[in-house]
Design a protein around this ligand. Structure first.
Ligand code: SOE
Length: 395
């Protein structure tokens, strides 16, 4: 039975991540045995009407347009930050100072200095029993969590290759409008920080090793787009009427990476891979085996064990739906499978359990700051054109 005092949540943000996190807070206490009840106390958005509607639709007790007052309320225990990256630091620092536990969407911040200040505040708050977590949700997709377990068991031997891609195509159309994700001021970077951050975090976590150096290229294929009015969800700027504005972030990133365990990494993040709506893939090759995850088949892992006898070797498909698999015992019988939103439920479950136990949780703000440092290194590498070696003879 949960203890009597519920954990009351204030969530800031009402768009895609606001919806995903609302689903998580609604479902977590209903599907998992939690030590504390969870109350969805208040949702905060910019527009009063839309935020009221979001509260009703998503199941929040109250709606507000004032995040500062929500963060200061004595009846709030957790602040869940689902806003664009340019507001993460201000909100997180205020929440931590007010003694609230914090879940902050990824990437943690738009710059390394912002992330470092957030991580320092989280370390100080931890001394007051406060828990802070960054929402790299894919760690809690059961197949990725199982991948990490298999690698941690040493079944792949020495890790040699990490190959990770995160492919989307939602802005392949050059007439897709300028939204906040295409604005460096709001988002910090483009595909690199939005989806590249996920595969950087997953790769480092699954292999228990950190990226120490990168060599990168960034591309912006479409350099200007239609400007939209400031409508909800699009976050466009200015008036409509045929106006166009500059895209100030990358459409695509590609980089190689050195890991501190000697492994060689190859990473790709793009919003221009036509036909790939949300293809998040990671493959790890070791000296005694390989393992691969593809979000387009998110309830499966492909596993190759070199110990299999000759003539019987090959990638086997593990259906990650068994009760022994991470998080699955709380869900359906084997073979039924989970979806994108379940990783967010697992985030909420683990956060509530960590808060109740007074224990830290990963990915921490320190983990997320390491990701931010890799993002910054990629941008610095890509900015140094001198590193590109021209191919002789080609024009
Ligand atoms: C990008 O469109 C995005 O919404 C990311 O921001 C999320 O982190 C990812 O889970 C889905 O795609």
């Amino acid at each position: 039975m949960p203890s009597t005092t519920p954990l009351r949540v204030a969530m800031i943000g009402t768009a895609f991540m606001g919806r995903a996190h609302s689903q998580a807070w609604r479902v977590a206490p209903r599907m998992f045995e939690l030590p504390r009840e969870v109350e969805m106390a208040v949702i905060v958005g910019r527009d009063p009407g839309r935020t009221d509607a979001a509260a009703r639709q998503m199941g929040w007790q109250e709606a507000s347009t004032d995040w500062r007052s929500a963060v200061e309320r004595p009846d709030i225990d957790i602040v869940d930050i689902c806003t664009p990256g340019d507001s993460h630091e201000e909100i997180a620092l205020a929440a931590l100072a007010a003694g609230k536990h914090v879940l902050c969407e990824k990437p943690l911040a738009n710059t390394v200095p912002e992330a470092e200040r957030m991580a320092a505040a989280a370390r100080e708050a931890a001394r007051r029993g406060i828990v802070a977590m960054c929402g790299f949700s894919y760690r809690r997709t059961p197949a990725v969590a199982l991948m990490q377990q298999i690698v941690a068991e040493g079944r792949l031997g020495d890790i040699r290759h990490v190959r990770a891609q995160y492919l989307q195509d939602w802005i392949s159309d050059p007439e897709a409008p300028l939204t906040w994700r295409l604005d460096k001021e709001k988002a910090g970077s483009g595909a690199l920080g939005d989806i590249g951050a996920h595969i950087i975090d997953s790769a480092q976590w699954v292999t228990d090793s950190l990226i120490t150096a990168v060599s990168a290229q960034l591309r912006t294929f479409v350099t200007e787009r239609p400007v939209l009015g400031d409508s909800v969800g699009l976050g466009g700027r200015g008036a409509a009427g045929g106006e166009r504005g500059p895209v100030t972030v990358d459409d695509a990133a590609a980089f190689t990476a050195t890991f501190d365990n000697g492994a060689l990494g190859v990473f790709e993040a793009t919003r221009m891979a036509l036909g790939r709506r949300n293809a998040n893939r990671i493959e790890v090759n070791g000296s005694t085996g390989s393992i691969a995850f593809d979000f387009e088949r998110m309830n499966e892992l492909e596993y190759y064990d070199a110990a299999d006898e000759p003539g019987r070797q090959g990638f086997r498909r593990i259906q990650v739906t068994e009760p022994e698999h991470p998080y699955l015992a709380a869900w359906w019988p084997a073979g039924h499978g989970l979806g994108y939103e379940h990783a967010f439920v697992h985030e909420a479950v683990d956060l509530v359990r960590a808060i109740d136990a007074g224990e830290p949780i990963h990915p921490s703000f320190d983990d997320a700051t390491q990701v931010q440092r890799v993002l910054a290194a990629v941008e610095a590498s890509a900015a140094d054109e001198s590193r590109l070696t021209p191919v002789e003879g080609s024009k």
